[in-house]
Write a protein that binds this ligand. Structure first.
Ligand code: LLP
Length: 433
């Protein structure tokens, strides 16, 4: 997993740091990120575009994991940023991320969010619907600004893991229908809006995708339309943003291509199709989230109680669960794990890993293969870097876990563990002042 190894004490080592030492130093649950993994992925995406000689932006879809330190790392790697709320934008601003490389997404950006983004001079808006065209143009006009925008379209392609479906319709809360005339209406409306510079088209067909064809079909459909728009609307697409969604490895059932391989095939398909239709090659933007940070993350837990249901199964509980990783409960997401302090021992026992939250559905892994866990062991759950911390909650008033970055044998705390005082910081008394 990632760049993890086993050291001489037979402990799991992440980014050259002993995972058991990390658990002792910072406590558990603990999110550990191997930052060289993230940097390598970022560079692989960028190099793919460089090799193909395409103008590009690689925007980190920060909903996957949004903190000041990760925004700073992405800036160091020369990536752009996709934010979906004023809160993500605020965090990026606190991190010193250059606003001109921030792309603002969302199907219901509020007036306050848009005003804030315009005042920060955010580089690009991904417009989702007709109301937003009107609102954004009005606010930009009031604030004497001209903003860059893409419009999000739904190409009738939806992909999940190994399958994708195409339809002539798209019943989604996001975007303008590509195949039902809405996109043409949006392009024409934007041609009348003096404060919006309409640079191009965006689509995102799903997440944790393993096969190529959904991406290619979506791109083909848009490019076919691009040729029509040039003729009938005198509209040229300068930027084609094909979203994120590149699948990653959670368990050995997952066999994704290298993320940059998806991108290389997409670029080649866009080149071919635009050339065939006599179109200039647009800039190609992507916005991967999970594939940049997912496999870089490992969550460390301490094993506590266990329970045998005779003849059925053994439950082993850890000191975290659905509050730090909602994905198994919400999506039946599968993960793999190891005992970080006993890496030399055979994984000869089947146990189910339970969380500590008051809900039967709070299970992290069903039927994991591990050495028989005992209280005090450090359980490492792999590939937890995306949509774990970012979807964390304080359910049961459990403080959110800390985040540590590791690389080259060094470790650094980048998000402090929440305290009990943090939990009541916004609570007010029933009576009195
Ligand atoms: N761009 C747009 C417009 C998106 O909606 C998303 C993800 C991405 C990019 C990044 O996709 P990625 O490369 O991470 O697959 N909470 C779910 C995933 C929700 C994804 C939402 N949109 C999960 O934990 O699996």
């Amino acid at each position: 997993h990632g760049t993890s190894q086993i050291n001489q004490q037979q402990h799991l080592q992440i980014g050259g740091v002993d995972a058991v030492t990390l658990a002792q130093t910072y406590g558990t649950p603990l999110y550990v990120y191997d930052t060289s993994f993230v940097r390598n992925r970022a560079q692989a995406f960028k190099e793919t575009f460089a090799t193909e000689q395409v103008k590009a932006q690689v925007a980190y879809a920060s909903k996957a994991f949004a903190t000041v330190a990760m925004y700073q790392l992405m800036h160091e790697e020369g990536l752009s940023l996709d934010v979906v709320s004023a809160g993500e934008l605020y965090t990026a601003v606190q991190a010193g991320f250059p606003a001109e490389r921030i792309h603002f997404h969302g199907n219901n950006k509020t007036e306050a969010e848009l005003r804030y983004a315009i005042s920060e001079q955010v580089g690009c808006y991904v417009i989702d619907n007709f109301d937003e065209i009107e609102l954004l143009n009005r606010l930009a006009s009031e604030m004497s600004a001209t903003v860059n925008a893409l419009i999000r379209v739904t190409p009738g392609v939806e992909a999940h893991t190994h399958e994708f479906i195409t339809t002539g319709q798209d019943d989604s809360k996001f975007g303008f229908g590509l195949l039902n005339g809405q996109t043409e209406a949006a392009i024409q409306l934007l041609q009348t809006k003096a404060h919006i510079n309409h640079k191009g088209i965006h689509c995102h067909i799903g997440s944790q995708i393993f096969e190529m064809d959904g991406f290619i079909t979506a791109a083909d459909r848009i490019i076919t339309k691009m040729a029509e728009w040039q003729m009938t609307l005198n509209y040229t697409v300068d930027v084609l943003n094909l979203g994120g969604g590149f699948g990653i490895h959670y368990t050995d059932e997952d066999e994704p291509l290298a993320p940059e391989t998806y991108v290389r095939h997409i670029i080649q398909a866009v080149k071919q199709q635009t050339a065939a239709l006599g179109l200039d090659l647009p800039e190609i933007w992507i916005e991967p989230g999970r594939s940049l940070v997912g496999e870089a993350g490992t969550t460390l837990y301490t094993v506590g109680s266990s329970k045998k249901v005779p003849g059925i199964r053994q439950y082993v509980a850890v000191d975290g669960g659905m509050g730090d990783n909602i994905r198994p409960a919400l999506y039946e997401a599968k993960y793999s794990a190891a005992l970080a302090n006993r890496m030399n021992e055979p994984a000869d026992t089947t146990v189910s890993i339970a969380g500590k939250y008051c809900e039967s559905g709070d299970m992290l892994i069903w039927d994991a293969q591990l050495p028989q866990p005992v209280a005090g062991d450090v359980l490492a759950m792999f590939s937890t870097g995306a949509y774990g911390y970012s979807m964390a909650s304080n359910y049961n008033r459990v403080p959110r876990a800390a985040v540590v970055f590791v690389a080259d044998g060094q470790h650094r705390l980048v998000v402090k563990r929440e305290s009990f005082a943090d939990l009541v910081r916004n609570d007010l008394q029933l009576r009195g002042e």
